[in-house]
Design a protein. Structure first.
Length: 310
């Protein structure tokens, strides 16, 4: 089966190129199960970038003749449906639905796509699709993210202080949606604790980092189904997060994981509880349903229904 992936182009990492890791790793799982893949990357933001992407999309559809166009994000879903020769599956990851303006654009994609995939129930509740949709979160590469018992070795490999306590923030500090201010306020209430930003790491080093840190924190204003939390769960890392996206459902009653309010005192108290949790959590055993290969099979089953109906 030939699948044309349409997604935005960003500077991510040497490992995943210019494709977001959660898309790249999902596509890898699709390839392992026999799908032939070609990418259309929308390079940059703005109207002109999406016009160029649309022209390249139409040209590729005509020449490569895919069975399915799978768009990631509402804007990519929008341009993918400007051609009507090949059925479109659109996946919505968060900002395309959480942001009101983006949601308006996404509504066209939702209406025009043959099938829609949402990564969390909260996005479904906001988008209110009427038919042909499913809840399928992005999965985790459980071979890449796993518990490492020797924290000292992880720190040595990353040149981190052996004695200091580290808390890993969910992304770069300057992303306003991630709400670094709240995380910093909370960490400032604690002693001998450093907040690290999650940026610029290979996927392998990201696993080392999660195992090297004492806890991870998410204070975002909005999310879809954050990979950061699922990857931390796969590493059995203690977690403190606000109730955003599907985090509460993912961590559930996992020991060493705490759902907090947006009050910095409450966040600090929960961080202290996470730091006091000196053992690994049992998070990995609770997220096996997020294995990339299993979720890829669900997506392929949608492809099969669509292609058989054509």
């Amino acid at each position: 089966m030939k699948i044309l992936i349409v997604c935005s182009y960003r500077g991510y990492s040497a490992h995943t190129g210019y494709v977001a890791p959660f898309i790249y790793e999902q596509v890898q799982s699709l390839e392992k199960q026999g799908c032939e893949i070609h990418y259309i990357l929308v390079k940059g933001g703005g109207f002109n970038a999406y016009i160029r992407g649309t022209l390249k999309l139409i040209e590729t559809v005509n020449k490569w003749k895919p069975d399915i166009v799978h768009a990631h994000g509402g804007l990519c879903g929008f341009i993918s449906n400007l051609q009507r020769r090949v059925p479109v599956v659109s996946t919505y990851h968060g900002s395309d639905i959480n942001n009101k303006m983006n949601r308006l654009i996404s509504q066209f994609a939702i209406h025009a796509s043959r099938y829609n995939i949402f990564v969390s129930q909260k996005l479904i509740d906001l988008a209110k699709p009427k038919k042909n949709y499913d809840l399928i979160p992005c999965g985790v590469d459980l071979d890449c993210f796993y518990p490492i018992e020797n924290k000292k070795e992880c720190r040595e490999r990353l040149n981190l202080d052996i004695e200091k306590r580290y808390i890993l923030f969910s992304k770069m500090f300057y992303d306003p949606v991630k709400n670094h201010t709240l995380a910093k306020q909370a960490v400032d209430e604690l002693q001998n604790v450093e907040l690290l930003q999650f940026i610029g790491y290979t996927r392998e080093d990201a696993c080392l980092l999660m195992n090297a840190c004492d806890a991870v924190i998410m204070t975002s204003f909005t999310e879809g189904s954050p990979q950061f939390i699922k990857e931390a769960m796969a590493c059995n890392c203690p977690i403190v997060s606000v109730d955003v996206g599907d985090v509460k459902a993912v961590v559930s009653d996992t020991r060493g994981c705490f759902i907090t309010s947006y009050n910095y005192k409450d966040v600090a108290e929960n961080l202290q509880s996470a730091l006091n949790f000196i053992s690994k959590t049992d998070g990995r055993s609770r997220i096996l349903q997020f294995d990339n290969n299993e979720l890829a099979r669900k997506i392929i089953s949608i492809y099969n229904v669509i292609t058989k109906a054509n």
